[in-house]
Design a binder for this molecule. Sequence first.
Ligand SMILES: *[C@@H]1O[C@H](CO)[C@@H](O)[C@H](O)[C@H]1NC(C)=O
Length: 829
Amino acid sequence: MTPSRGSHWPHISIATLCTSLFLATAQAAEPVFDKASNDSLLWGPYRPNLYFGLRPRLPKSVLTGLLWARVEDFQTVQNNFRHTCEQHEGMAGYGWDAYDSRTGGVQTIHDSGNSLDLTTEFVKFPGGTNGGSWGARIRGTPQAGASADLKTAVVFYAAVEGLGSLEAQNVDEGENQERGFEGDVVINGQTPDLGEFKMVISEGKGKRAVHSHPSGDDKGLERTFVHSVQIPEEALWQAKRELFANTAQRDHEAILFSSMKTTIDAYIEQYGQEKMPPPWQTYTIQNRPGQGNMHMIQKVFEGPFEFDVLFSSTSAEKLVTSEDITSKVKSITSSFSERFLEVLKPQPPFTRARYEEFSKSLFSNLVGGIGYFYGDAVVDRSYAPEYDEENEGFWQETAEARARNQQKLEGPYELFTSIPSRPFFPRGFLWDEGFHLLPIIDWDVDLTLQIIKSWFNLMDENGWIGREQILGAEARSKVPAEFQVQYPHYANPPTLFLVLDAFIDKLSSAASLGSNDQQPMSSGFASSAAADPEAAKQYLRDLYPLLKRHYQWYRSTQWGDIKSYDREAFSSKEAYRWRGRTPAHILTSGLDDYPRPQPPHPGELHVDLMSWMGMMTRSMKRIADTIADSDDAAEYAKIEEAIVRNIDDLHWDKEEKTYCDATIDDYEESVHVCHKGYISIFPFMTGLLAPDSKRLGAVLDLIADEEELWSEHGIRSLSRRDELYGTEENYWRSPVWINMNYLIVREILKVAQSPGPHQKQARSMYTKLRINLVETVYKSWEETGFAWEQYNPESGAGQRTQHFTGWTSLVVKIMAMPDLEGKSGHDEL
Ligand SMILES: *[C@@H]1O[C@H](CO)[C@@H](O)[C@H](O)[C@H]1NC(C)=O
């Protein structure tokens, strides 16, 4: 028997899983993602750029969204409407407090600008043949200090793209048509993928904002308004157009605002500026229910409110009810909490309940930020010779080539991925994703494997994957034109291989359980693929040709030149150079403005890329081993050794006692360029230094030195002693980054756990660094309500992008790492 994949994790007992693990091998491999498991991922808040935007992960289907605003005076309404996540708009924190991709979760939004706290609950109900049903509950509570009669307009909308239809069922035909709906609003719909369904927007609870102005006689706020429109498909994602002439930037939400504008114009005509209805009547959509591919449903409340959206697939046995939501929310949040403690429980000294809340919140936002994107991408494939970047001054040629604007639209493509930040980077980033998936794979292996597969499916025939995935017009609307174009010779750190490595770790620890079932079952196996070794291998076998093509693409496009400059090294082949650099940046490296050799030179060698290639090669070796391709495994082992040897031969600087980039000087000699910082410890961070490496002592000393990399808030990106420390953009020139720090603390832990000359030093560094990192992210979260893109090494303050719950969420894993000091070591924090 195989594990009951159809069930969600809370229902699978550890015992069942362990039993199934041993029996499964006898069977033929089943599809890795069976229908029930796959179905449980169909719906989600997969429009993470919105505060609350649901959709299925299907190319053209149903989209929903939520808008709200305080509507108390004419002056402020224009700034009050919320829809897409934005930075600095009176938001005092928002996000998922608990979220699981299979079952749903709870989000709270502290909207101080509107004096409102909003809760959005979302739960799924499996059943039927079309991917199940779901329910959402939207609840608003005036914040402490807000007036008790706070007036809030709320609009929920549903739209359908492509084939399919939606129709608002007109329950109140006849004379009251204009006035609005009483009771629930029902929308019937169907699409080819979802079949037939019914969506009910409940009457809800809460006082409606009625008033005595005569406008209320024709269209009473005690009712619900429904406006159904048929709009051109490309514009469907734009639910808000500029209503106000002076806010030309707000080009979303077009349709909603044009409906409101019609209402406003009519009121101006009817009542004149002097006798206008109150704002809460004025800012209402038209009531025009019927057919259309977009339906807006508006309610205007006074004080607290609540209503539900119930989506029932007709193929399911029963319709979802409000009571179902209540009981399901209870059960999923409590099983979320239970399971969180099994999988990612913060370890001492982070034992206070508040740390657990913090950890759950960051993790839930990472998972709740997973999105589904579909659309075309802008790519420039006009491979001019200048793109080879082999000439001195190549970056000027590249700039000229780019200016010719040869880009074209490609696709459409689809991508299922987590994202770095809902307000600022609501789309897929290749190197971020590897870091995102490290906590996620502990929680849900199958989900992780689906995301990995989705990324590798984007690969072109040469093996290239664009580093930033800006798919479709909605995604492009957030990105300046010059950053939209992707170039097929540009790489990015291959971090998805860190995740494949973690997957293989899980497989091998499962395999070792076969011979020794004393150990507890690793909780990562609550998902099916990893609990079924044959299915897991089949997944890797299916993916392997893509992985190979991708690997070969890196080797053939990002190679570095050893021979032309008579460099001495163990291997004459293994050296690497990022393409796409300019004097100021190597955006492709991910470490944008980190100091590099000046001026750029085609003879450069980059130690970070060399280290990534070492990590990638080792991971390929382990994958080849796992699927029993011993020829390939032997080949990768050779390359790995060559890389490890060449890192020392080409990048170790004896004087500086550190790893450095290399370039060619005015005398055509190869020389090192050393800017101490993350670059100098890359071979260590990527796991390529053995615990008995001769270089390890110097690397640890550099990390531990307060005059260089060590700060109370984590390891700095650049040494304090470097002349460029903190200069210019100061993006990767001093701030503390959590993704790099995670790799550092993880490697230091390995040294601390293996006997050797550096064990003692590593142990004390590990304990301090772990606390410094957690405390920094935690304190800033307490103060500001947000996780941040990076942290100031002097003050610990979070900086740059707000609500950066992408790789900063790795702090969840750091908290779950072991405490090496035991009870007596330090006090509880
Ligand atoms: C899983 O679901 C997606 C859509 O959500 C679909 O495209 C895919 O084919 C499904 N895979 C399996 C194995 O059912």
